[in-house]
Design a protein. Structure first.
Length: 354
């Protein structure tokens, strides 16, 4: 998993190099597309959509919590772990969007939304997520600059695999088979990474983030232990976090794994090439869009990170047509095929160790 860096607040995603608000080279391949997208109004914020979506999500969370309390100390409560995990993933999507300035252009307001959704509701440090996510967007799939393809529990190049030893080497040999089972641990891992990142934050930010993370743990423990016996509460928490990690991982896994990885020593790609060639879209109807949070339009999201999520599908035909007009590959596949390609890449990375 990615390593956090710098004891400073992460840069705001809308200040990323190559984002719509950043500088663009005149006459670049991206400039005409940016002009078209702006002309369609697709970079304008959808505040009402977000207010409504957040309200519905919070109401649904409250309904699940109420159901848990009404059911009381019974194993039947385990069935509510699934809808709670799904709603937590929706919560993560809203936190993600706040970090990208999609909900509000005001940094303070965006951070409040992010802190409420990430730190308080999920127990995931918003500053940690933004730190790694900004670096990922700036250089997707770059082995030296993208924390999402750095050496961690999994590796993404045969060069990384060759350096593995002991248990890590055994893990890499079988990482394709273990990928989805490992996602069951991701919900807990996100909390651990968030607490570890606290020491890298400035004191004032650390206090705010830490209090909200502690508040999340207190509220979560109060809900479970006030409703269930300690044993049932522990099982519920494990099942809930496993389902949350699996759902969140399944939403993000198809986006880049198995796509182009820029040569660290090669020529620097332009913004369009860097974002399009390293990203994969997932085709689908309403159900797929809902399951993946609309981030299945990953190419569009990477080209325009501050674009509101409901506008990504509207921008997709424009981006695809532009890529076709300049002869640039545009990767798009079905959901199952996206997982197959990602797993195949992981399997090939571990091949020399087998």
């Amino acid at each position: 998993m990615p390593q956090a860096v710098a004891a400073t607040v992460a840069p705001h995603p809308r200040d990323e190099p190559g984002s719509p608000s950043g500088p663009q080279a005149a006459g670049s391949d991206f400039a005409p597309l940016l002009k078209t997208v702006k002309g369609q109004g697709l970079l304008e914020r959808r505040t009402g959509w977000y207010v409504g979506g957040i309200a519905v999500n919070l109401a649904a969370l409250a309904a699940v919590v109420t159901g848990m309390v009404l059911l009381g100390d019974t194993w039947w409560n385990l069935f509510l772990a699934l809808p709670l995990a799904v709603l937590w993933t929706r919560t993560a999507f809203f936190g993600h969007d706040a970090g990208h300035a999609q909900i509000s252009g005001d940094r303070k307001a965006a951070r409040i939304v992010g802190l409420a959704h990430a730190n308080l509701l999920l127990g995931m440090n918003e500053a940690w997520w933004n730190d790694k996510h900004v670096r990922h967007h700036a250089n997707p799939n770059h082995v030296d600059k993208d924390p999402d393809v750095g050496v961690g529990a999994l590796v993404w190049t045969q060069k990384q695999a060759a350096q593995r030893e002991g248990l890590a080497r055994l893990l890499t040999r079988n990482q394709a088979r273990l990928f989805f089972p490992m996602l069951l641990l991701e919900g807990i891992a996100l909390k651990i990474y968030g607490f570890q990142f606290l020491r890298r934050q400035p004191v004032r930010e650390r206090v705010v983030s830490g209090l909200l993370l502690a508040g999340h743990l207190a509220l979560y423990a109060t809900l479970l232990l006030g409703t269930l016996s300690p044993g049932k509460a522990a099982v519920f928490s494990l099942v809930h976090h496993a389902l949350f990690g699996l759902h969140l991982g399944m939403a993000f896994a198809p986006n880049h794994k198995g796509m182009e990885m820029p040569d660290p020593d090669g020529d620097r790609w332009g913004h369009l090439q860097r974002q399009v060639l390293t990203s994969r879209n997932v085709r689908g109807a309403v159900l797929t869009d809902w399951f993946l949070g609309g981030l299945n339009y990953q190419i569009e999201h990477h080209l325009f990170p501050s674009m509101p999520r409901p506008h990504l599908r509207l921008a997709q035909p424009l981006v695809k047509a532009h890529c076709e007009s300049i002869g640039m590959p545009y990767a798009e596949t079905g959901l199952i095929e996206s997982y197959r390609q990602a797993l195949r890449h992981m399997h090939e990375v571990g091949e020399p160790l087998r």
